[in-house]
Design a protein around this ligand. Structure first.
Ligand code: NYM
Ligand code: MG
Length: 209
């Protein structure tokens, strides 16, 4: 039975993830491919509202507590995500467990501890890592309004994302040069996505592979 493909888009803040995710969704719809887009953190749920208050520095939370909230924010959508994929709809996620692992690890939490709460979540078929230098991302503007949006943290995050891709723990991982013009990034995203356009055979995997 063919199911929808599960595609994750990851990257630094201001790497263009949301723009590219929206462009990919529009193209999928234009091609007649059923598709849905989710964003993590999903700030609309009660858990997401706690995360949002933390990120905007309106609330203080222990590093481990907020890490678990980010993970819980994925778990609260996991059953729906599996059902959507099973119904044949392709799911795009703007950030996922890889952000969860690398952002908290870059704060100094142990990597294995950071990965544990996401074990068992649906695993993406493909992760697109929109790679950009932190100084280039900052130059795009609107940077620094939230926690984590500083160059030192983003540089550590970039390094950890790169290692995540090389480790094999993330499954299929494609790095896209997000420093290019928007159209060029979209073209590279489409090239990586195209093998999944007709859906995927077999069950959804689980983190961590
Ligand atoms: N973030 C995001 C985490 O620290 N852990 C997670 O699990 C996720 C999904 O939240 N700087 C961080 C990365 C971002 C911040 O995300 C908000 P966005 O995509 O800027 O709304
Ligand atoms: Mg952000």
């Amino acid at each position: 039975m063919t199911r929808g493909a599960f595609i994750v888009i990851e990257g630094l803040d201001r790497s263009g993830k949301s723009t590219q995710a929206a462009a990919l969704l529009a193209r999928l719809h234009a091609e007649g491919i059923p598709a849905a887009l989710h964003k993590f953190p999903d700030r609309t749920t009660p858990i997401g509202q706690m995360i949002d208050a933390y990120l905007r520095s309106e609330a203080e939370l222990d590093d481990r507590a907020v890490h678990l909230l980010f993970s819980a924010n994925r778990w609260e959508l996991a059953a729906q995500l599996n059902a959507t994929l099973a119904a044949g709809t392709t799911v795009l996620c703007d950030r996922y467990a890889f952000s969860g692992a690398v952002f908290s690890t870059s704060k100094g939490l142990p990597a294995a501890w950071c990965r544990a709460p996401d074990a068992g979540l649906p695993a993406p078929d493909l992760t697109l890592f929109l790679d950009i230098a932190p100084e280039h991302a900052r130059a795009r503007g609107g940077y620094g309004a939230e926690r984590y949006e500083n160059e030192a943290m983003q540089a550590r995050v970039r390094e950890l994302f790169a290692r995540m891709g090389e480790s094999g723990d993330a499954g299929m991982w494609v790095t896209v040069d997000a420093g290019q013009a928007q159209d060029a990034v979209a073209r590279d995203v489409w090239t990586a996505f195209e093998p999944f356009a007709r859906g995927v055979e077999g069950k959804v995997g689980q983190l961590w592979p």
